[in-house]
Design a protein around this ligand. Structure first.
Ligand code: ZN
Ligand code: ZN
Ligand code: FE
Ligand code: FE
Length: 311
């Protein structure tokens, strides 16, 4: 069960078969197929259901070899108080979260490897808080996500700050300037990548969740983000949850994924499960999409260290 630690995501054209053959020849392939779902939630975020045992059983039934827990991390308002919003754990619940992970590990025993992390929100000025979160437990990884866009300079509790993916504010989309929302989102995503604070960047084009997209070629939004991610060396995910949202597409779209592959950016495949029935959901669709974009491997993460498993 030895995974290769050499990066397989070489910066080659995806149909450069001669080079790919060379790439494959020096990778160590494993006896048993390894696959992981690292972006999943727990009821501590107030919008997920299920016990640790149910999630682990679902992961085993799906044939995964690794299951990673990455619930919505605490955020404090600028005055230091909580709750920041109504869809995350409180700072005081971190011990409860770590116990939930311990219960999952106990149930998993030697049947499946359990990894743990947090899904952290990128907000302007969050750097010190994110560094603090990293010290609270020996996490395997932190996922960075943009769920908020802001037009103000102090995002932490200003009325200009908007969790654009929250169904509660769906009406706001109809009266928003879509290009402005997209520009704010991608600037935030690029800033998040530039920070280098995260192991993985979540659902790259979440801004499309409710189906609002600017006209024309969207690569103008993607390219600065791709450059920043490639420079920082951060992993991205295919997040299959989008298939079940109004946009009816995985995050990110094919054009983003192809740019990421050509830039040599590492990839994981995630369900973003908020219910045990969603663990590893649409995984085969995501694998086919990753392969079509030229990916040959996904990434395994253990205490921040990467290895690679063939798709
Ligand atoms: Zn959530
Ligand atoms: Zn742990
Ligand atoms: Fe998210
Ligand atoms: Fe999530």
């Amino acid at each position: 069960m030895q995974a290769s630690s050499e990066t397989p995501q070489l910066k080659t054209a995806k149909n450069d078969t001669k080079h790919l053959a060379f790439t494959n020849s020096h990778l160590t392939f494993k006896q048993h197929h390894m696959s992981a779902d690292y972006h999943t939630h727990t009821p501590l975020c107030l919008h997920a259901e299920g016990t640790p045992q149910q999630y682990i059983d679902a992961a085993i039934a799906a044939g995964l070899t690794e299951y990673g827990i990455s619930d919505h991390a605490p955020v404090k308002k600028s005055d230091g108080t909580e709750p920041f919003d109504d869809w995350r754990m409180l700072t005081s619940q971190i011990p409860e979260y770590i116990q939930w992970i311990a219960d999952a590990k106990a149930h998993a025993a030697d049947k499946i490897t359990v990894r743990c992390g947090l899904e952290c929100d990128w907000l302007p000025g969050c750097e010190n808080w994110t560094e603090h979160l990293r010290t609270l437990h020996p996490w395997d990884y932190l996922i960075g996500s943009v769920h908020y866009i802001t037009t103000g300079s102090d995002s932490s509790d200003s009325s200009d700050t908007w969790d654009f993916d929250n169904p509660a504010w769906l009406g706001k989309w109809a009266e928003s300037d879509v290009e402005e929302a997209w520009s704010l989102y991608w600037q935030a995503y690029t800033d998040m990548a530039d920070s280098g604070l995260y192991d993985v960047l979540g659902h790259p084009d979440l801004i499309k969740k409710f189906g609002y997209k600017p006209e024309g070629d969207l690569t103008r939004y993607y390219e600065p983000a791709i450059d920043a991610i490639a420079t920082a060396g951060t992993i991205i995910e295919i997040n299959t949850a989008g298939l079940h949202k109004p946009c009816a597409e995985m995050y990110p779209d094919t054009a983003f994924l192809e740019l990421a592959r050509d830039a040599g950016i590492d990839l994981i495949i995630s369900s973003d499960a908020h219910h045990p029935s969603e663990v590893a959901r649409d995984r085969n669709t995501a694998i086919a999409t990753a392969k079509a974009a030229g990916y040959t491997h996904t990434t395994l993460i253990n205490q921040g260290k990467r290895s690679y498993a063939p798709l």
